[in-house]
Design a protein around this ligand. Sequence first.
Ligand code: GLP
Length: 263
Amino acid sequence: MQVIICPNEQRVGEIGAARVAQLAAKVGPAVVIGVATGSSPLATYAELAARVRAGSLDLSQASAFALDEYVGLPITHPESYFDTIRRTVTEPLGLDPAKVNVPDGREDGLETAGQRYEDAIKAAGGVDVQILGIGSNGHIGFNEPASSLSSRTRMKTLTQQTREDNARFFDSIDEVPRYCVTQGLGTILDARSAVLVAFGEGKAEAVAAMVEGPVTSMCPASVLQLHKTATIVIDEAAASGLKMADYFKECYENLPAWRKLDV
Ligand code: GLP
């Protein structure tokens, strides 16, 4: 696990995008990108969009798979992850909407939604670069604490903590859905590389548990310790609970030339 500590949120976006671009360029224009919702990756998406506009990143044949979706919100609802991904990823990055996939959160297809999504990821050849945020309780996607570390895409029940965290996007907490369909931790581990971005004091505890705690389903993001190529890009506030912070800074400052990021 590579941990990069940045001075501020804007730099998290720049470094996060640089790492995603570096990994995507190795695959080529038909790269398969895993995308997350939430506020954490927004600066990363903006930086990636700037690279696409400048012609330094070619995503012309790229496809994308979102991590998760609420159950029961129509896809036209502005807070559905289908619409959120359209606004924050598909349009700014100029992706072909037909190649952007979001789990199906309709109530009438829930029994098969997980397997259908797994099949679609497989048919696309698997995810090359997975972009992730982290919930304040350590979730990735919507894999809440106590999720199986080998889980696949399936329906999950949201915790009260997550519903409270996400109530800011709705008029009241009563409008926040109770259920979701999310890629599993096993699904996320299958991505060839992962880049997790986080900033702010509110993520410090979750980040410390993810990076330095035991691998445990009680901090679902800690499963990334088992990933071959995971990069964690965080600001000083999100890094404030890390015992190894100085070591991580030393490692980044002394990266070999072939690993240095184009920022
Ligand atoms: C959401 C999403 C996650 C996201 C997390 C953090 O509920 N399901 O994919 O990473 O919570 O969100 P934010 O980045 O807004 O803090």
